[in-house]
Design a protein around this ligand. Structure first.
Ligand code: UD1
Length: 336
């Protein structure tokens, strides 16, 4: 019998895909989300895919009273914590909002968990915590927190440090820090995918806008980087593989802090992403090379060996799968 999990941010992009995997694996799932960057309809989509509709709390992590009510009501085995603000550019403009939401929100969550005796948490961290390194292949043992280019990235780093301190103070805590590389793709059903409110800033949501005709062309941020084709290279990971990484982690929780990279280990350039999208759609994707974006690193990717050895997890889906699933998600959207 699998346990009961509270998923914060469970109606969001990565959260919703993880909820599907949890339900399919037999976990009981409840979702907490403030719907700031997601839609309530996601719950029906999850139901259509899994035949199960998780209990939903529309609540904010800054509302400690609401959190205490939720934890007083139900005895959870673990929490998976996705909720947070994630727009890099906006975080530069509104640092206090980012620190308050992400850092204070997480402290509230951890305090409420501790007071109610829930001591297992998986945190949605990011490769961004590595900052600038000498080698572009990131390994979990590298130092973190150096030369981070924005407040969003620093919230991830600070939360990691707070969770480490908590484990030192309370040895019953079991914390997993999962450092995601670049999640892309959608659920193969076409019912779930990346659907941010407002103006997107990540590559795939912009590609999707161009494909839908909402944007004339993609601006490629620089083609004079010291890489194979001059465009930046990233480790893109299918969101379903990423969701499955959380299942593997749940089976391997242990006291103290565990840290894992979740990536494929294979970088792709922006031009390779454009080519893969064109191959999947059979259409040209209009683009134009524009100036570099401040803070972009030429290339980095995961060394995923630790997750493979200790969690028996590795990516199975390809960039082509991600493009096909993204197109399927777009075509479902237009039929809604
Ligand atoms: C960005 C953030 C990172 C954050 C991650 C997830 C920066 C510098 N980094 O990572 O901190 O953890 O998002 O939200 O913002 N690209 C274009 N044109 C576009 C958009 C992107 O060419 O319109 C290129 C970028 O230069 C980059 C690649 O596509 O090479 C991926 O960009 P993006 O999706 O924003 O992810 P990261 O920059 O890797």
């Amino acid at each position: 019998m699998n346990g009961k999990i509270l998923v914060t941010g469970g109606t969001g992009y990565i959260g919703s895909h993880t909820v599907v995997e949890l339900l399919n694996a037999g976990y009981e799932v409840e979702i907490l989300d403030n719907l700031f960057n997601s839609k309530i309809e996601v719950l029906d989509r999850i139901d259509r895919i899994t035949g199960k509709k998780p209990k939903f709390y529309k609540a904010d992590l800054l509302d400690r009273v609401a959190l205490d009510d939720i934890f007083a009501n139900t005895k959870y085995d673990s929490v998976i914590h996705f909720a947070g603000l994630k727009a890099v550019g906006e975080s530069v403009q509104k640092p206090l909002e980012y620190y308050k939401n992400n850092v204070d929100g997480t402290i509230n969550l951890l305090q409420s968990m501790q007071e109610h005796g829930v001591k297992k948490i998986i945190f949605s961290s990011s490769a961004t915590v590595y900052g600038v390194q000498e080698s572009p292949e990131y390994v979990e043992t590298m130092t973190t927190g150096g030369q981070l280019s924005n407040p969003y990235g620093r919230t991830k780093y600070f939360i990691e440090e707070i969770m480490k301190d908590l484990c030192t103070a309370d040895p019953e805590f079991q914390v997993a820090l999962l450092r995601y590389f670049n999640p892309i793709g959608a659920h193969p059903s076409g019912l779930l995918g990346e659907d941010p409110n407002g103006i997107p800033n990540n590559l795939m949501p912009i590609v999707m806008q161009v494909a839908r005709g909402q944007r004339e062309k993609l601006g490629v941020y620089g083609n004079d980087y010291p890489t194979k084709d001059g465009t930046c290279r990233r480790d893109y990971i299918h969101v379903v593989d990423l969701a499955k990484g959380h299942m593997a982690m749940l089976d391997h929780m242990q006291p103290g802090v565990s840290i894992f990279n979740l990536g494929s280990g294979e970088p792709n350039s922006v031009m390779e992403i454009i080519a893969a999208f064109e191959k999947a759609s059979g259409k040209e994707l209009p683009y134009e090379v524009v100036a570099r974006r401040a803070g972009d690193l030429p290339e980095f990717w995961a060394n995923p060996a630790k997750a493979k050895a200790e969690l028996s997890w590795q990516t199975e889906l390809t960039i082509d799968d991600a493009m096909k699933d993204t197109l399927n998600f777009i075509s479902h959207e237009s039929k809604q």
